[in-house]
Design a protein around this ligand. Structure first.
Ligand SMILES: [Zn+2]
Length: 486
């Protein structure tokens, strides 16, 4: 085993498009010599006539810039990764808005005052602001993250903002979805967001899409936009958006959150990978809980949403250094962040050298994400909350397994159950009686399905049922009397 040299897309002209090379070397300098022995052209790209490393190339060893280590003399060990990345200087990123479109925008006196904060920045100034005003940005998912991006882009004066969301405003979301307010509960999120943006900045045109994004409508929708912001929380939609963006050359500004952590990157530009390059396959259905099921720290959507907004502004103005070929992962609670280098996968099914997906119609996204039932698999039987309540009241002999984590059980207590987290189920199956019905419960009714599958695979044969919709929907039905639920 040696060290791997990963080459950013824009430097691959020197390596016959090879994205990575494995060499034997004990220093960065020796590794680069090995690389240039194999690809002599690379020497021209990396070093100037004096043999010094060119200023625009950044070299990272295991994600650390060699300038913070020992430079070219940095020692290497087996398994180390060297990343060659051209530093993109300010202004080097090209705007997604053509000069013609920029010139068509007229700025009124009132707008000069409204956007004065941008106009004073030489990196944005009048041309950058005109590009922002000419910009058409589609935001998919108007929850916590999408709401922040939508509000801030509207305030920044983005010409047209598309709001794609097929859900309604819920009380449960209001804490983090500050674009919506209490009186919007039960209204479509797209319409609620549209009304908010109109108040914020009447100069912005909004378009709402209230149908679920699918392979049937996504291509037609994104066609009208310069940039797509993916603020959804479903793997099905993420792959769908990324595939459509990769196939239609639209930058996909991607953000995601989990509890205290956030992730932001720009996908699907010429130099950036697509989501499929980063994650060729999704995690098994149900294994990654949604934000609603796992919680999110209140400040996080503001931080991550604003980082996403900044990426959109950089792409629109063609200024700054966008997260292209890079991703940021931020732990807001310990305030630590990591810049990760991302690279296109030459074997990617969508943007690789021999793609197998040429249109979004080529793939069944629900099936790909494991959401379609396998016809060969024994179906999982569900039980309604009313039925479970009846069986509890009639003191029927049943076992109820609560697969939630301890802190979740502390929010909604469910007495009389056996609490076994999914990870312990297989080895604790002896605690179950195969002669009686076992009913699995969790917050949303998804992890409980995974629990039943896990036990089946572990060889348990007793009758198992899933509480449909989870305890979230059953709270008022199963123990309606006061005090049973905290
Ligand atoms: Zn790809």
């Amino acid at each position: 085993m040696g060290v791997r040299i990963i080459i950013a897309a824009s430097l691959r002209t020197f390596t016959n498009r090879t994205p990575e090379v494995e060499v034997q070397a004990d220093t960065v300098s020796a590794a680069l010599s090995a690389l240039t022995d194999e690809y002599p052209e690379a020497a021209r790209g990396l070093f100037d006539e004096n043999g010094d490393l060119r200023g625009f190339v950044s070299i990272y060893v295991n994600d650390r810039d060699i300038r913070t280590l020992k430079g070219l003399g940095t020692k290497l060990s087996d398994g180390d990764e060297i990343y060659l990345l051209p530093a993109i200087a300010g202004g080097a990123c090209e705007s997604v808005i053509s000069t013609e479109r920029m010139k068509e925008v007229k700025i009124e006196d009132k707008e000069i005052r409204r956007y004065n904060n941008h106009l004073q920045l030489k990196e944005i100034s009048i041309k950058g602001q005109k590009r922002i005003m000419a910009g058409r940005v589609l935001i998919a998912g108007i929850g916590a993250l999408g709401g922040v991006v939508a509000e801030r882009l509207a305030a920044a004066g983005v010409g047209t903002i598309g709001l794609a969301d097929d859900r309604e405003v819920l009380l449960d979301g209001l804490q983090v979805q500050t674009i919506h307010s209490s009186r919007d509960i039960d209204r479509p999120r797209a319409a609620s967001a549209r009304d908010r943006l109109k108040k914020l900045n009447p100069n912005v045109t909004t378009v709402t899409y209230q149908d679920k994004l699918s392979a049937d409508n996504i291509e037609e929708i994104i066609e009208d936009y310069d940039i797509v912001v993916d603020a959804t929380d479903s793997f099905v939609t993420r792959y769908l958006i990324s595939d459509a963006c990769a196939l239609h050359n639209k930058p996909d500004v991607f953000g995601a959150m989990y509890q205290f952590e956030g992730f932001v990157t720009v996908l699907c530009t010429g130099d950036a990978p697509c989501y499929r390059c980063l994650y060729p396959s999704p995690p098994p259905a149900g294994i990654v809980p949604s934000c609603a099921a796992s919680g999110v720290m209140n400040a996080l959507p503001g931080i991550i949403g604003s980082l996403m907004e900044a990426e959109v502004l950089k792409l629109l103005t063609g200024s700054g250094e966008p997260l292209v070929g890079k991703a940021i992962r931020l732990d807001s609670w310990n305030l630590q962040y990591r810049m990760i280098h991302t690279a296109s996968d030459p074997g990617c099914a969508v943007c690789g050298s021999a793609p197998s997906i040429r249109t979004v119609q080529d793939i069944d996204y629900e099936d790909f994400c494991g959401l379609r039932e396998d016809p060969d698999e024994e179906p999982i039987e569900g039980i309604e909350a009313e039925e479970l309540a009846r069986r509890i009241m009639s003191e029927e002999k049943i076992t109820i397994i609560d697969v939630r984590e301890p802190h979740e059980r502390a929010i909604r207590r469910f007495p009389g159950t056996l609490a076994i987290p999914i990870g312990q189920l297989a080895r604790r199956q002896k605690e179950l009686d195969p002669e009686v019905d076992t009913i699995f419960v969790c917050k949303e009714g998804k992890r409980s399905i995974l629990a039943i599958r896990t036990l089946r695979e572990a060889g348990y044969t007793g009758p198992m049922y899933n509480l449909k919709g989870g305890l979230e929907n059953a709270a008022q039905i199963i123990f309606p009397h006061e005090g049973a639920w905290l």
